[in-house]
Design a protein around this ligand. Structure first.
Ligand code: ZN
Length: 263
């Protein structure tokens, strides 16, 4: 019963944060101010009234259209709000069903993952505010989570380890394929992920990210002409998905692997 209460609370918390992430996804790559001006219709510029700005609910009431100009509101808005809410709720059982820094870290990491996904897919960039900003937050949270200053040291080493690893992949990829296979944004992103998941988590993140990326790449090529022609699949969303796998299942997967293959 208690679990349902906390999951519901996290779900409800996720809705307005999802709304905020929509603003971040729209404005950050356009280098607009996040806080000002208040939400407005991107088509007609009409300020969105508080009642029309309720997550998911307003989208349904308005029938997915702007009240003023009747232009279609992107389905991305309610999708981002709902995904944030669902992933926040799931963070509760996945971090051991208790309040604390583990849960706080998971919720923040999830929010960054959604923002990175929403920006990297259409714009093929990962803003420093998310990667470097997230890294700073990760470094602050690590000693709190570990309950010791050594947590900060390990987060720093893990961030550096991840960045170095993907930097080598980037240089190697350039030499072999004669084109940029991996952006520098991904190198900064894995540093951020490393601060949250540790150095072993970094290995798992890259492995899981590459696996998910291959599957995602095949699907994208099948459905999107752009993906087929450019052969450029943004890696950021898959790295973040891999990071979530490492964050939640890392300990289990690593100990299973060590027992079965190194035992
Ligand atoms: Zn409008």
């Amino acid at each position: 019963m208690n679990d349902i209460f906390y999951m519901l609370a996290l779900f409800i918390l996720g809705l307005p944060i999802g709304s905020f992430l929509n603003v971040v996804i729209w404005r950050l790559p356009r280098e607009e101010n996040i806080a000002w001006p208040p939400s407005h219709c991107p088509k007609c510029g009409e300020k969105i009234r508080p009642f029309d700005n309720i997550p998911v609910f307003s989208y349904i009431i308005l029938g997915g259209k702007c009240r003023n100009c009747k232009d279609i509101i992107s389905i991305q808005y309610p999708v981002v709000e709902l995904s944030t809410a669902v992933l926040f709720a799931l963070a509760w059982p996945l971090t051991g069903s208790q309040l604390g820094w583990e849960l706080t870290s998971a919720v923040i990491f999830t929010a960054v993952a959604i923002a990175v996904t929403g920006i990297d897919i259409p714009h093929k960039i990962i803003p420093d505010e998310l990667s470097i900003g997230g890294l700073a937050v990760g470094l602050i949270l690590a000693p709190l989570r570990a309950g010791a200053w050594s947590g900060l040291w390990w987060a720093f080493v893990s961030a550096l380890f991840g960045a170095l690893l993907l930097f080598l992949v980037r240089v190697g990829g350039k030499a072999i394929f004669k084109k940029e296979a991996l952006g520098f944004g991904d190198v900064k992103l894995i540093a951020m992920i490393g601060a949250f998941v540790g150095w072993r988590g970094v290995l798992l993140t890259i492995f899981a990210g590459a696996l998910l990326g291959s599957i995602g790449g095949v699907i994208a090529m099948a459905f999107s002409k752009e993906a087929r022609e450019e052969r450029l699949i943004p890696f950021g969303p898959f790295l973040m998905a891999g990071g979530l796998v490492a964050l939640y299942f890392g300990e289990g997967i690593i100990s299973w692997y060590v027992t079965n293959f190194w035992g």
